[in-house]
Design a protein around this ligand. Structure first.
Ligand SMILES: CC(C)(COP(=O)(O)OP(=O)(O)OC[C@H]1O[C@@H](n2cnc3c(N)ncnc32)[C@H](O)[C@@H]1OP(=O)(O)O)[C@@H](O)C(=O)NCCC(=O)NCCS
Length: 191
């Protein structure tokens, strides 16, 4: 299993996890820095969690958590079949956090050869504010950077204040210089 268990000793000692990151959509632009949990977070951590690569077998629990989370949309592109294809196309770039034998968080990422794209960052409400999101994001950015991808984007619904607050708190910069246009070729509004 490709996982790592708290605490992130190696990463905390290795400044290479501090990578420039660049989001978009509400559109954030980077300067900064998520990363392993802070000392304050470590001190108040009431549980142990591990992070491992997401597998298609995680699909039901990941989608279940997404569907219960306000601010997160579920689209046809999140079907099991599409998710399996996504994980195959982007191996070792999506992660789940497990705490108390339960799914505590998830994130998916991929790239187009030049830019990274993060999606579906969700931490179960029971496990929030303990650094899990930062750890998941860090895992994606580190994996992407190893592939030569040094700039990544995240789309955040304008109605998702929590998401925006999180990304901004981590130094991801809101992009005001671009519009994102989308084209639906077939399949309806929820494609
Ligand atoms: C946003 C979310 C993923 C954060 O997960 P988390 O594990 O609680 O985040 P972390 O513990 O790693 O937070 C690290 C830091 O980010 C900031 N942060 C986290 N949540 C925040 C919030 N709701 N508002 C403002 N800042 C926040 C804080 O600075 C926090 O450090 P602190 O706890 O020492 O103050 C989680 O609240 C969530 O799943 N929300 C619903 C889904 C969602 O909106 N996802 C984003 C989609 S783009």
């Amino acid at each position: 299993m490709n996982g790592s268990v708290f605490p992130y000793t190696t990463m905390a000692q290795d400044p290479s996890w501090v990578v420039a990151m660049m989001p978009s959509s509400l559109s954030f632009e980077p300067t900064a820095v998520g990363g392993p949990p802070s000392a304050a977070q470590l001190q108040r951590l009431p549980f142990v969690y591990s992070i491992r690569t997401m597998m298609i077998d995680d699909y039901d629990s990941v989608i279940g958590m997404m569907k219960q989370t306000p601010g997160v949309t579920f689209r046809d592109a999140d079907s099991r079949e599409s998710t399996a294809m996504y994980l195959d196309r982007n191996p070792e770039l999506s992660f789940v956090a497990i705490a108390e034998k339960k799914l505590a968080g998830c994130i998916m990422s991929g790239h187009d050869g030049r830019r990274g794209y993060l999606q579906h960052l969700v931490v179960h409400s029971e496990f929030r504010r303990h650094g899990i999101a930062n750890s998941l994001v860090e895992r994606c950015l580190t994996a992407l950077e190893k592939l030569g991808i040094r700039k990544s984007h995240i789309d955040v619904l304008k109605s998702n204040d929590t998401g925006a607050a999180y990304w901004e708190s981590q130094g991801w910069k809101l992009r005001t210089d671009i519009h994102q246009y989308s084209c639906v070729q077939s399949g309806g509004d929820n494609v």
